[in-house]
Design a protein around this ligand. Structure first.
Ligand code: ME8
Length: 518
């Protein structure tokens, strides 16, 4: 069961660094969180889905310098290039936060003050010399680096930095963190990530610096404005800002703690150790769950701009369409594990599952309704014509719901696809095109087509979280009066909600085949 925040299902994506445009790896988070958010909406829950951009820090300042711009102008120009990708990917976020917004700066200052003044001396001044990866915006200890002092994630050399910084006393929170995760194991998922977090905590936590003086692109510390806030302290706090912390306490109380922070496994330490400790120090409840997925890999390595393997999502959307894009990544790669992506497998899945599987089912049923009944949905009068479809669907809806709630979208998609397979088999078993030749069996024919249309109705509802555009077109072709947005999960499980007499249309193909040779 997915943990609930308060009254609202509050799901977040990481906020992305706009030092460059998005690639398919970034969109992986974004799509997964959107599918989960839409699923909770389908269950009738109030949902708050947050995404945004992480606009401060050395990495951003350097990207701007390289382009000969000041950082503010740089992020102002880059941020719309992220939003345009989310728009084309049908990401239906409720709020988009930029860490350069005044609403956020106010909250960072407030949280810093709360920790600074908590009476436990959790923030102190010290000098530090260490090896820093600018791409991670993280200090490393020698033992965690690859040979030649190279960052294990970005495979780039780290830099020796020496600064006088303010430190956060993370080491004082080890016991409370362990206690938190022992009491609420679901606070980090999946298991492999929880074990990783527990062993990091048990291995001993080092205090981390929360301010910088060697550059100025950040939020000044309220008690010492010569320092800017460390970008991770700043960034993590976005989850509070958007929830209304410090600005609208009533809304905040309904939204916090966040239900799920969806992240990639590379930023687990910051989310599952730094963040809950920072919140504890500020006297705020930690998030209900951090869910860390794996990497999309190319040639066995994390897809990234740094190693020039980052493909822009538009390259794939242009060819496959947004729905196929959303389907492919969640279906092909077991969510939680690393997985490689290839054009070949994308073409195969598109043609086999979407064009032949779902698309063909819909177009056959709608074409027969048009040919044999002028597109008007017939009355289901023939007993037993629906076979086991109602049970198959009810079971699939239950399974789908359980898997989505547990953040297992790959398994949830499999549950939907089983319905498609069963429905296509049903067509073959019942062979309505043969029945159509015998006027004496018209009742049976009509009832089979009614059952098939009912199956499409349920499928459209289930698919509305995964492929909202295609599901919307399918819904329209079915000629159902109520809107798809008004549907709830139990409507998908219920049988016989379509009204005989409805006008169906055989529209354009939902998923035109993609040519392998292209
Ligand atoms: O880390 N496969 O931002 P970011 C899967 N600003 N996920 C990938 C990926 C890949 N190949 N490449 C990137 C940051 N990601 C911080 C977050 S949150 C308070 C601050 C995912 O733009 C990555 O795992 O570098 C991470 O979850 C997200 O993209 C943002 O990465």
């Amino acid at each position: 069961m997915a943990p609930m925040g308060r009254d609202v299902f509050y799901i977040t994506t990481p906020i992305y660094y706009p030092n460059d445009v998005p690639h398919v790896g970034h969109a992986y988070d974004a799509v997964a969180a959107d599918v989960i958010a839409r699923h909770h909406r389908l269950r009738g829950e109030e949902v708050f889905h947050l995404t945004g951009t992480d606009e401060h820090g050395l990495k951003l300042q350097r990207a701007a310098e390289a382009a000969g711009m000041d950082p503010q102008r740089w992020v102002d120009e880059m941020e719309p290039r992220w939003r345009e990708v989310w728009a084309r990917l049908d990401i239906g976020y409720d709020d988009y936060i930029r860490t350069t917004e005044p609403r956020h700066q106010d909250v960072v200052v407030k949280v810093l003050d709360q920790v600074h003044e908590n009476g436990r001396d959790d923030i102190y001044l010290d000098s530090y010399e260490g090896l820093y990866c600018v791409s991670c915006e993280l200090y490393y200890v020698e033992g965690d680096l690859l040979e030649g002092q190279v960052c294990p994630i970005h495979e780039r050399p780290v830099e020796l930095m020496k600064e006088q910084n303010y430190f956060f006393r993370l080491s004082a929170y080890a016991d409370r963190l362990l206690e938190h995760y022992e009491r609420t194991p679901s606070a980090v998922e999946p298991d492999i990530r929880r074990n990783e977090v527990l062993s990091l905590i048990r291995g001993g936590l080092r205090d981390f610096s929360i301010s910088r003086t060697n550059f100025d692109w950040g939020i000044p510390l309220p008690w010492d404005p010569d320092h800017v806030t460390y970008v991770w302290f700043d960034a993590l706090t976005n989850y509070l800002t958007a929830a209304g912390f410090g600005a609208d306490e009533k809304t905040f109380a309904r939204r916090w703690p966040a239900s799920i922070h969806m992240i990639g496994k590379d930023i687990l330490r910051q989310h599952a150790i730094y963040w809950p400790a920072m919140l504890m120090a500020a006297g705020i409840e930690p998030p209900a769950q951090v869910w860390a997925h794996g990497f999309l890999t190319v040639g066995g390595k994390k897809m990234s701009k740094t190693n020039a393997t980052g493909i822009h999502p538009f390259e794939l959307i242009d060819r496959f369409g947004v729905d196929s894009y959303r389907w492919y990544f969640l279906r092909e790669i077991q969510f939680g594990q690393d997985g490689s992506f290839s054009l070949e497998s994308m073409v195969d899945r598109h043609n086999a599952e979407l064009s032949n599987g779902i698309g063909n089912l819909a177009s056959r049923v709608l074409a027969m309704l048009r040919s044999y009944f002028d597109g008007v949905l017939p009355e289901p009068t023939f007993p037993g014509a629906e076979s086991d479809l109602p049970e198959v669907i009810a079971t699939a809806v239950r399974r789908y719901d359980e898997e989505m709630l547990a953040v297992r979208p790959t398994a949830a998609l499999a549950a939907v696809y089983d319905v498609v397979v069963r429905a296509n088999r049903y067509m073959v078993e019942r062979s309505p095109w043969t029945l159509a030749k015998d006027p004496a069996r018209r009742d049976e024919l009509g009832s089979i087509l009614y059952a098939s249309a009912e199956t499409l109705r349920s499928l459209a509802i289930l698919l509305s979280s995964i492929m909202p555009s295609a599901a919307g077109r399918m819904w329209e072709q079915l000629g159902i009066e109520e809107t798809l947005e008004a549907q709830r999960l139990d409507h998908a499980a219920a049988w016989g909600r379509m009204s005989p007499g409805a006008r169906t249309t055989k529209g354009e193909s939902l998923f035109p085949r993609v040519d392998t040779a292209e």
